[in-house]
Design a protein. Structure first.
Length: 285
């Protein structure tokens, strides 16, 4: 009993330290960027000369655009792959190798995905530097997370549900659609949101495939270049500074841009959590 208590307190202390460190990082970024945050900053375009009049509205639009298109590509494909692996595929060497490859892909550095997107989508497929090329690159990067989490969610549905559906005369797909997916949906949503949150904050993949620091227009189609909050933050914090704009001021605006990005991720995760809880309340085990 004493050993259990010690282990419990160690785990509790570890979790508390992780949460405290996360809060410290977020609060540090927010307080650093607070002087630059304003309605004008959120609703105006960027100004290369007078940074105090500049805004990140095009970067917000570009970030939301590529995130939505990433979800459009990665979530249906990832969930479909998980359904096939868990419900249709037999346990053989080929399937085990596929699962191993998926898990290995989840650990590949994002810059490698960026180089892959540059070669495959920008040059080979001819999409050039665009929202489409960046979204496809982020989709490839997000797929392992979506597939793995969706497969685990499907495994969590009791087999009795499937057997009961078969006993009533349902086909394989009817069973998956009516007796499996509704109960696995909270886990699928969680995995999809984790993957999208990671994609929303990535810089390296979009650096090669379509992100620009400054554009005088919003993206009008999937083949348009775009501005992005992560790339904007990267440039402001590492490369932006001139006789017009001191580097300290640029870093303040970098922190403000990062704060906006964190806010968008927080809103997305909160919305997904609410949706997941609603679906979970509807479940009857």
């Amino acid at each position: 009993m004493k050993v259990d208590s010690i282990v419990f307190w160690i785990l509790r202390l570890t979790a508390s330290l992780v949460v405290a460190f996360l809060l410290f990082v977020i609060l540090f970024i927010v307080f650093e960027g607070l002087p630059a945050l304003s309605i004008n900053f959120l609703t105006s375009e960027w100004d290369l000369i007078d940074i105090e009049k500049a805004g990140v509205f095009p970067a917000i639009v570009g970030t939301l655009f590529i995130t939505a298109m990433t979800a459009l590509f990665s979530i249906p494909l990832g969930v479909s792959a998980a359904i096939f692996l868990n419900e249709y595929a037999t346990s053989n060497l080929t399937v085990r190798l596929i699962r191993l490859a998926i898990r290995n892909l989840a650990g590949v550095p994002s810059v490698v995905y960026g180089l892959f997107g540059l070669a495959a989508f920008v040059y080979f497929m001819g999409f050039r530097e665009s929202v489409l090329a960046a979204s496809l690159t982020l989709s490839v990067m997000t797929l392992p997370w979506v597939i793995t989490s969706s497969e685990e969610a499907l495994k969590g549905v009791p087999s009795d549900f499937r057997h009961a559906s078969y006993a009533l005369g349902a086909t394989k797909w009817q069973t998956i659609r009516s007796a499996v997916l509704p109960y696995a949906l909270p886990g699928v949503i969680t995995g999809g949101v984790i993957g999208l949150a990671r994609a929303m904050g990535e810089t390296a993949p979009i650096l090669f495939t379509g992100a620009f620091f400054f554009l005088g227009r919003l993206p009008s189609s999937p083949f348009s270049p775009f501005m992005s909050l992560p790339f904007h933050t990267f440039i402001l914090s590492t490369q932006y500074g001139s006789s017009y704009v001191p580097s300290a001021v640029a870093k303040t605006y970098a922190a403000a841009t990062a704060t906006v990005l964190v806010g968008l991720v927080f809103v997305m995760i909160t919305a997904a959590t609410v949706i997941r809880l609603r679906f979970r309340k509807r479940r009857r085990w």
